[in-house]
Design a protein around this ligand. Sequence first.
Ligand code: NAD
Length: 294
Amino acid sequence: MSATIIDGKVNAAALRVRVADEVKRLSSQHGLTPGLAVVLAGNNPASESYVGSKAKVTVETGMRSFDHRLPDSVSQADLLALVAKLNADPAVHGILVQLPLPPQIDANRVLDAIDPRKDVDGFHPVNVGRLASGLPALVPCTPLGCVMLAKTAHASLAGLEAVVIGRSNIVGKPVSQLLLAENATVTIAHSRTRDLPAVCRRADLLVAAIGKPEFVRGDWIKPGATVIDVGINRVPGVNGKSKLVGDVNFAEAVEVAGAITPVPGGVGPMTIACLMVNTVRAACAIAGLPPPAV
Ligand code: NAD
């Protein structure tokens, strides 16, 4: 039997439409146009491509996009001064400083300087703490996308045995907190976990955020389980070209799982759509409006 494929592109497109509808409503009812500022220091090609896509989708969903490009040689003081300016700008509701930053910059100091109400990446310690405390928070985009995709396969995540492989601050820990908030029974597995295959076999919902190509094998998966593959790994393909694969061996897993996200086309497309969701949520919270319907 073959698993249902959870299509990230289709879900992300539907989410962007819902964001655009909310943006229209905020504009007509409250005269509010959410704005997202993206800061890029240096010219890392992957970062330039992400930042370009983010700006494009921001405009497509009806929001204002503020693009700030800084040289690779930018000083910590200049970067902090820009963040302070964006914190004070009433047209800016979301601030995203693209990582990685050049080596002379202390990334944590920069992220800590962002106003937590505008922290659409959800990396500020205030938002991390609020999420852990079960308080309303801006939460990291990729984990938010993972939970939205998991919910397409389950009416409720309450009571499910969820296993998250990976404990990074960017994916593993926040996705675990979000699943806990959904009342799943969450196990966080990591590089020191003993007998990882046996731990995974308990999971009704398995989230893989490891960064190792096709690491999770088909016989680690409980028959019928939902598998969310966060991994993005570039490996050699045919004819000397490279290809992208996830952290899960898809060909094996698709025969055992009940539902599974592909790579590419699964979690990846949800990340930018969730950034748009966070920007609308931030704009509403800053304006003192009720949370939006996305
Ligand atoms: P990371 O390197 O910060 O963390 C990897 C985690 O995997 C660690 O917590 C580690 O304990 C765990 N791990 C490593 N080896 C292990 C092993 N042998 N057994 C069990 N656990 C092991 O990576 P990250 O930033 O969390 O990213 C994880 C993956 O997700 C990467 O492939 C990354 O490219 C991808 N990613 C995708 C998106 C997206 O938009 N789809 C966003 C962020 C990250």
